[in-house]
Ligand binder design. Structure first.
Ligand code: ADP
Ligand code: ZN
Ligand code: ZN
Length: 749
């Protein structure tokens, strides 16, 4: 008897085993999609992970219903990657399957199909066809139809083209019966033909842009570096032309017949880079991210399995999950970005680190590029020797990095000289820029500044009924929304606490900034790029295109405007309040604040003259502000490394956050306390921090407990994870804790 172990799209720690009948046993391969029963009514599409003859013990084995197709939908390397993710990020393989595979492949995917017609194998040469044509002399209609087919398919010109049944019948106005007669004679056969939703139109391509001397040198160094290392960190200042260097590397890789994965941290970025790459590579490049419709994603997946896959995939983090047949190069652009880490749900994977693993499975090279490396990658490139390092310090055309003008807003607030959130200097610089017909980018940090509604009389603020967070105010819909669970409610007319009608919006969202600008500069054309205005794929693209085409004068945005966008006519960048980035109780806040400010600043003065950044802060004397002003990344990173070594943080230690959830607060608390105690017994007191206060203590009506585990980077992390799972097992032996949810966040960001 043959059995298969199947990965199901469910958060199960183990694979399920099914029996297969003889016919299926002949056909089944690892990676095939298979429909299997589970429970009494349900059936699922699973992925075959293992084929074997070991009789499962202890339960009655069910039969698999059937294979969806004989060709595997998931390649062995993908299964290997899933396994690594499930193990390293401590989640179920089913979670990985769910995240990796488009929903359409978990059902019976129905592509757009037409019925096409071709000659059966015996009649595909002129020698065999001619006697058949002659023999049809007494069946003129059939003969005519066959001749029409030969004409439509360009049979005599060599390579026959596709002919749909519909077109053929329409061509000669023939009845279906005539057609069927030819099928019966064994001349014609029909087959399903899948129509693509993917763009296939050949594009005008132009050649590569020649590199300048600095770029050439960097490219050379990268190639040398790849002789010794499989990973290279390209530390190149903003607008140094990293993208152009990538383009040259991509060209060389595909010339060798190998595939390239180009990862960007934000869907917004794919728009600009797609256009730049399409100019060089045309239809060899495929785009993949979560804003694509599911059928489109299924098509790309299937294309990557076919004989004619895209050679280049440009995408956001989920593109690490696509099938690759022959990967040669991975580029991780803006490698420092924390948006590469998936937060919720599982798998909580880091796409940069997963891409490194993917590349190593193919023996491919990885280039990490950024103007502000993550502390970890910097450490790997300068201390451990794991990565090579290539630096590029000159901006393209040797334009200087922008001048940074700090503005003390604490002082200005005291003197009542701020206009809303604008200092007189920023306002003046904006006036000048607009008068010169230049564009402006304003950056407002997102976190912690969700706009809220507040009662002016008693201070009441509306909270989510399911989560311990205040609700965010959406002005255009006049609704209050929970950004954790999506709970939505109308803004009340009166305060439920004191009955006052004086409810105001408080806080400092980008919407508020937009209103202030419209008041100050009524003539200016303003656009706002944040989570609310960019929900659809086209919204991003339109906003970026409008700004490129100078249909917008001022672009206000959150983190999104900091990430690698390339605009020609931006001279002035305003950072509205740097302090919002500095005050997080998080070991990465300093690093992240530096990266954000340096990146936003990097949008200024990319072409032509040197740009200007107005940096508003209440802490002009803070070292980090000095670091940003001096563009001194190395001072920042050395300070951070020293601190992290002392405080036992990455890259010297690996972190795992352990989360425990339950509806009952008491149960959550007691399990968190007991698990902390148990972890201390196993790992020792220095390695366990807990119970900790999570940022939000209740989400979706579940109370959350949190513990931090710190493991030396030099210790065996695999062993630590094993011990951690044993502790969880042990906890579950307590009957009270059976219904608690426990999950892990490995390498949290
Ligand atoms: P980075 O990715 O380092 O921020 P980009 O690759 O976006 O820099 O380059 C900045 C700008 O300079 C882009 O508009 C790019 O087209 C232009 N540029 C850079 N290098 C070249 C080159 N060798 N030839 C022509 N234009 C270039
Ligand atoms: Zn009130
Ligand atoms: Zn909520």
């Amino acid at each position: 008897m043959t059995y298969i172990d199947v990965i199901l799209p469910l958060p199960l720690k183990v694979n399920f085993t099914y029996a297969v009948d003889d016919d299926m046993a002949q056909k089944v391969k690892r990676g095939c999609r298979v429909v299997v029963p589970l429970g009494s009514k349900k059936h699922y599409t699973g992925i075959v992970d293992r084929i074997h003859h070991e009789v499962p013990l202890g339960y009655e084995v069910k039969y698999a219903f059937g294979l969806l197709e004989e060709q595997p939908a998931v390649l062995p390397q993908q299964l290997q990657l899933w396994e690594w993710i499930a193990d390293y990020y401590m989640c179920a393989k089913g979670d990985v399957y769910n995240a990796a595979v488009p929903a359409g492949l978990k059902l019976e995917f129905k592509p757009k199909v037409e019925t096409h017609v071709r000659l059966t194998e015996g009649y595909r040469s002129e020698e065999t066809l001619q006697p058949m044509l002659d023999s049809l002399k007494r069946a003129v209609k059939q003969q005519d139809l066959l001749l029409s087919y030969l004409q439509l398919s360009a049979f005599f010109e060599g390579a026959p083209c596709e002919v749909s049944k519909q077109d053929l019948l329409a061509h000669h106005n023939t009845s279906v019966a005539v057609f069927e007669a030819l099928v019966k004679r064994g001349v014609f056969e029909t087959y399903p033909y899948v129509i693509s939703r993917l763009p296939e139109k050949e594009q005008q391509v132009s050649g590569l842009k020649p590199l300048n001397v600095y770029q050439q040198r960097a490219l050379c160094q990268i190639k040398q570096c790849f002789e010794k290392h499989s990973v290279c960190l390209l530390y190149g200042v903003t607008s140094s032309g990293k993208t152009e260097i990538y383009t040259h590397l991509i060209e060389e890789t595909i010339r060798q017949g190998k595939q390239v994965l180009y990862l960007v941290p934000e869907i917004a970025l794919t728009t600009q880079i797609t256009e730049r790459l399409k100019k060089v590579f045309g239809i060899q490049i495929g785009i993949y991210h979560s804003k694509f419709s599911d059928p489109e994603r299924v098509e790309i997946w299937n294309k990557q399995l076919s004989d004619n896959p895209y050679l280049i995939i440009l995408g956001a983090r989920s593109s690490v999950f696509l099938p690759y047949q022959n990967l040669g190069l991975v580029i991780v652009d803006e490698e420092h970005e924390s948006s590469y880490k998936q937060q919720d749900p599982a798998p909580r994977y880091h796409a940069r680190n997963t891409a490194l693993m993917l590349a190593s499975m193919y023996g491919a090279k990885t280039l990490l590029g950024t103007a502000t490396p993550s502390v970890e990658s910097w450490f790997n490139a300068t201390e451990t020797g794991k990565y090579g390092l290539v630096e590029l310090k000159e901006r393209y055309q040797e334009i200087q990095l922008p001048a940074i003008l700090p503005v003390d807003i604490k002082e200005l607030h005291r003197k009542k000289m701020m206009v809303g959130h604008f200092s007189p200097v920023l306002k003046e610089k904006m006036e000048e820029a607009l008068a010169r017909n230049e564009q402006i980018i304003l950056f407002q940090n997102r976190r912690g500044f969700a706009p809220m509604v507040e009662c002016h009389d008693c201070g009441w603020v509306p909270h989510c009924v399911h989560c311990d967070v205040s609700l965010t105010y959406h002005k255009h819909t006049n609704q209050l929304v929970c950004h954790y669970c999506g709970y939505t409610t109308a803004v009340p007319h009166t305060c439920p606490e004191c009955g006052s009608e004086d409810l105001r919006d408080r806080g400092f969202g980008t919407e508020k900034v937009e209103d202030e600008i419209r008041e100050m500069f009524p003539q200016a054309r303003v656009a706002r790029m944040d989570l609310d205005t960019t929900r659809s794929k086209t919204a991003y693209e339109k906003m970026i295109r409008d700004f490129e085409k100078r249909r917008t004068d001022i672009l206000i945005g959150t983190q999104m405007v900091s990430k690698g966008l390339d605009f020609d006519h931006v001279h002035l960048v305003g950072i509205l309040n740097a302090d919002t980035m500095l005050n997080y109780p998080d070991f990465r806040s300093y690093e992240r604040a530096y990266q954000l400010m340096a990146q936003v600043a990097g949008r200024a003065g990319r072409k032509g003259e040197r740009g200007l950044v107005v940096l508003q802060t209440g802490h002009v004397d803070y070292p980090i502000i000095k670091n940003v002003m001096n563009n001194d990344f190395e001072a920042m990173v050395h300070g951070q490394l020293a601190e992290r070594q002392v405080c036992h943080f990455p890259p010297f230690y690996r972190l795992v956050y352990i989360y425990i959830k339950h509806r009952q607060q008491r149960l959550t608390e007691s399990m968190t306390a007991q698990m902390t105690a148990q972890l201390i017994i196993v790992f020792g007191e220095e390695r366990v921090n807990g119970p900790m206060q999570p940022a939000v203590a209740r989400v979706h009506s579940l109370h959350i407990g949190m513990i931090m585990l710190k493991i030396e980077a030099t210790a065996s992390f695999a062993q630590a994870r094993k011990l951690l799972l044993q502790v969880e097992q042990l906890m579950r032996q307590d009957a009270r804790f059976k219904s608690l949810q426990v999950y892990y966040d490995v390498d949290p960001v």
